[in-house]
Design a protein around this ligand. Structure first.
Ligand code: ADE
Length: 227
């Protein structure tokens, strides 16, 4: 998969892309992530990319010109037709099912906005799906883009060493994940449940399912259709 990210703050991405699973996925050729600075496509001597809103009001709005030119440049860098995503709190909410859907794409282009918003023609003129990562407003789409690519890359087949790791994740079966324990058996008077030491795999699977259900009921009843 190739992922292009269009941003005004390219430096935000470096540390995360160079860590752990995301770094390994790139090194092993599962994914190529390319960051492009929208400001490079400004036609202004001061590399300006935003301006005051027509009709008045506070803040600055990202102009369509640099974003469209940047997008058209990036689109041509690879032959695959991309799925384009615009990060905005006004989009539909991201979840694990969407991450699964995106993980089977050949190519993604993510556009991160900044400031008070972008010119509406960016929303309407690019064939982009609008995605939000939650009901809150970030200063820009960069962290949202990072969240989406992090959740998506780990689902590309082969990226996680053990394919089962993703199957057991929270949300994969519509439930939160069951409790996990490792050594020591007793830590500060807190003991690992006996069932996990029993060696009885069927009983362990039943216990885990039950724990998943209880945890979901308590913390996220909405996932069970209860409110
Ligand atoms: N940009 C600002 N807030 C955002 C959010 N919640 N999701 C996606 N992009 C955003």
């Amino acid at each position: 998969m190739r992922i292009d990210i269009l941003t005004l703050f390219p430096e935000v991405f470096a540390s995360h892309l160079n860590c752990s699973i995301i770094k390994r996925a790139q090194d092993e050729g599962f994914v190529q992530v390319v960051i492009t600075d929208i400001r490079e496509f400004s036609t202004d001597n001061y590399r300006k990319v935003d301006d005051k809103p027509y009709g008045g009001g506070p803040g600055m709005v990202i102009m369509p010109g640099p974003v469209f030119t940047c997008f058209e440049h990036v689109e041509k860098l690879s032959p695959e037709k991309p799925k384009t995503i615009l990060l905005t709190p006004q989009g539909s909410k991201f979840n694990q099912a969407k991450a699964h859907e995106l993980s089977s794409e050949k190519r993604l282009i993510l556009i991160a906005g900044k400031y008070e918003g972008f010119d509406e023609r960016i929303r309407t003129g690019l064939d982009a799906e609008q995605i939000s990562i939650g009901d809150f407003v970030l200063n820009g789409g960069e962290l949202a883009a990072m969240v989406i690519i992090d959740a998506t890359i780990r689902l590309i087949p082969g990226v996680l060493g053990d394919d089962d790791s993703a199957k057991n994740d929270s949300f994969s079966d519509g439930l939160l994940e069951y409790p996990q324990y490792t050594r020591p058996e007793v830590f500060r008077d807190m003991k690992v449940p006996d069932i996990l030491l029993s060696g009885n795999h069927q009983k362990i699977a039943e216990w885990r399912k039950q724990q998943s259900l209880e945890r979901t009921k308590k913390n996220r009843p909405d996932l069970l259709g209860e409110h």
